[in-house]
Design a protein around this ligand. Structure first.
Ligand code: PLP
Length: 390
């Protein structure tokens, strides 16, 4: 078996008869048949071939295979989707039905929270949120039985870490499948399936693209989950990834490992630097010893990650002033980009949360989420020093 960095460059490559070096973009919605009998055989399943790009497409397929090889053991199937949210939605909706129960960590990206807390209950699925850091809370919720567990680790934006191995064991004992949103860690830093998760979802909009161009998502699962639930759900509901966007993602994978490494080293250095500045209440970064779950984070992640949360003294007013004063960091709710981006979760990504919900996951008015980019870290340090002095 080839090593991950080799798969990121060469995995899934299917050259056309033109022998191109760079993967081809098959920008086509449909396919033609040499005879009516061939079309009939394709539809009856007697032969396997491309029939329609809502089902499969060669460029999308190359991207899916490359990401699958990176995810490693357990990822028998990878399916790309149009966005991260369509991946989360399909991973949950394809398997759940009225009368089922889902247990989820409370610290979620707000659209994920909307699916679990608002949409699923409308279809008769009972959902319960727990403090993802608290194994006793998981145990209590799972003792009432569950069909599915959903979690994000580290969480957006306060970097709460869920013990993947322990929660997966408890979930399986309760009869639940474990779905992990692995966006913050990326497949370079964390492989949830190796720790017991059944299904992994990504917003490839983030680090996989890495340059802020396209939306995309992906679901990784077993062949059985694909056969029992996912394949037909995707075919008939149509959250298909575009071939062009998949090509951008495919090329993004070639540099993912290099970029994530640089994002992480910049993040660690910047987090350490900001921790030493005045006007700071706390810096939350899993790679810092001050993170309350540093040891667990370092057990399940190869590095501390690419995002930092910084709580400034002076609440929202000071948080806004710092954001406005930064010169080499853009104000944006995206993340995983080559450019450093900062956002104020309480008024943007997590505005939809109630005040109590924000308090429960530590999203205070002074909190800034920072996606650390690929700039020279000295410029980022200087920028924070000048922004905090105002
Ligand atoms: C961005 C994000 C999503 C949603 O992905 P889109 O590509 O924007 O639809 C889901 N989960 C997490 C943790 C995210 O950061």
């Amino acid at each position: 078996m080839r090593r991950p960095q080799t798969e990121l460059v060469r995995g899934g490559l299917a050259r056309s008869p033109f022998d191109e070096t760079s993967e081809a973009i098959y920008l086509t919605s449909g396919y033609v048949y040499s005879s009516a009998a061939e079309a009939a055989a394709a539809f009856s399943g007697d032969i396997e071939r491309f029939v329609y790009s809502r089902y499969a497409n060669p460029t999308v397929g190359m991207f899916e295979e490359r990401l699958r090889l990176l995810e490693g053991a357990g990822a028998e199937v990878c399916r790309a989707t149009a966005s991260g949210m369509s991946a989360v939605n399909a991973a949950l909706m394809s398997q759940l039905k009225a009368g089922d129960r889902i247990v989820s960590s409370r610290a979620l990206f707000s659209s994920c929270q909307y699916i679990v807390g608002e949409i699923l209950p409308r279809f008769g699925v009972e959902s319960e949120f727990v403090d993802g850091k608290d194994l006793d809370a998981w145990e209590a919720a799972l003792s009432r039985g569950a069909n599915c567990v959903f979690l994000e680790t580290p969480s957006n934006p306060t970097m709460e870490v869920v013990d993947l191995r322990a929660v997966s064991e408890m979930a399986h004992a309760a009869g639940a499948l474990v779905v992990v949103d692995n966006v913050f860690a990326t497949p370079v830093l964390q492989r949830p399936m190796e720790l017991g998760a059944d299904i992994v979802v990504y917003s490839t909009t983030k680090h996989v693209d890495g340059q802020g161009r396209c939306l995309g998502g992906a679901i990784l699962c077993s062949q059985q989950f694909a056969d029992d639930h996912l394949t037909n759900f995707l075919r008939h509901t149509g959250p298909a990834a575009s071939p062009f966007n998949s090509w951008v993602m495919l090329k993004g994978l070639e540099t993912l490992d290099l970029r994530v490494e640089r994002h992480c080293s910049n993040a660690l250095e910047l987090a350490t630097f900001i921790e030493g500045l005045s006007g700071i209440r706390r810096v939350i970064y899993p790679g810092l010893e001050s993170h309350p779950q540093h040891a667990l984070a370092m057990q399940q992640m190869a590095k501390g990650g690419t995002l930092i949360a910084v709580e400034v003294d002076g609440g929202k007013e000071q948080a806004f002033a710092v954001l406005d004063a930064l010169r080499n960091v853009d104000i944006s709710n995206n993340l995983g980009d080559a450019k450093s981006l900062a956002t104020h979760p309480a008024t943007t990504t997590h505005q939809r949360f109630s005040e109590e919900e924000r308090a429960a996951v530590g999203i205070t008015d002074g909190l800034i989420r920072l996606s650390v980019g690929l700039e020279d870290v000295e410029d980022l340090k200087e920028d924070f020093a000048q922004a905090l002095r105002i």
